[in-house]
Design a protein around this ligand. Sequence first.
Ligand code: KIV
Ligand code: ZN
Length: 388
Amino acid sequence: MSDKRIYIFDTTLRDGEQVPGCKLNTRQKVEIARELERLGVDVIEAGFPISSPGDFESVEVIAKMVKDVTVCGLTRSVQKDIDVAADALRYAKRPRIHTGIGTSDSHIKYKFRSNREEIIERAVAAVKYAKRYVEDVEFYAEDAGRTDNEYLARVMEAVIKAGATVLNIPDTTGYCLPDEYGRKIKYLKENVKGIEKAILSTHCHNDLGLATANSIAGVQNGARQIECTINGVGERAGNTSLEEVVMIMRQQATLNFETNINTKMLKYMSELVSDKMGVPVQPNKAIVGANAFAHSSGIHQDGVIKKRETYEIINPLDVGVDQSAIVLTARSGRAALAYRAKEVGYNLTKDQLDLIYIDFLKLADKKKEVDEVDLQVLLSNRLVAVRA
Ligand code: KIV
Ligand code: ZN
């Protein structure tokens, strides 16, 4: 595989779904998994099989159904978890067990009441145990974002020796700054013996709004897999948003990365996940929010009507949005009003436009948005319009 290729590991059905209010049943998970496969993700993390019979069933059904994509199940570094995950994945064409343990001092001391050496032993034992079942074993070092780099490198070296194929470096608490996270990945690339045998993976949370920036810093410094979710759903402030990292890599040619994602499905996937989870997408969400391609101020509208690229860096068609929207508000100018009037069948002269614009502003000051029905009424009331 070329050095440009970045693998997209989708965890909408595991890290995204474990959030209160985002719970999905097996039927919903299977439907989303089918569409994730069409979208072109490389890995679907289908669930945490030991967590509940429902999650076990979801992983099992998805593993049977999906053909071209790796299906992954999460475990702790606990033998029973690994047994159950292996069982749920037994029909998968490409199974992956994702096992791991906390490596930051706070996790080691307070969560595990353990010490650094014992954590390495547990990590190695878990990877070796998972290797009895599957070839493809991903290891996560939970809270790697706050783990001292030297120790993290020792953990990684040990799990590679034990057979780990992918090394996940989660910024579990969303703590890192982009250059700090990037340096962590670089440090591992440069200091872990055997690193060339494994793929480094980013897994960033959005507590400081930096998940996307951190993931990109990760791949710029040698990671080759990004873990992310549709709409950025996930614990607390969420995970890295799939649509954001994919479009950054597509739009920014100097990064020189490529993914297998069919970007024309991004808007559809966002709506599908939002609908199934019952969680709305914020209107100003990058790429897929309702306002991502909507223009409401007069200056921007005038520019976009003259040439779309003046205020848009992405062609909406590339992410499955039919067209940019010119929204009529009290901040809109004559150019937008004439444009929208033409769309509903009125070709206004300059004088007609001046007249209608006065009516329009009066209405727009009272309403948040002048919609198509309002516009039709305004135009027909004035009787000054000429059918286009
Ligand atoms: O954020 C995290 O550390 C995780 C791991 C379980 C991979 O989700
Ligand atoms: Zn996570």
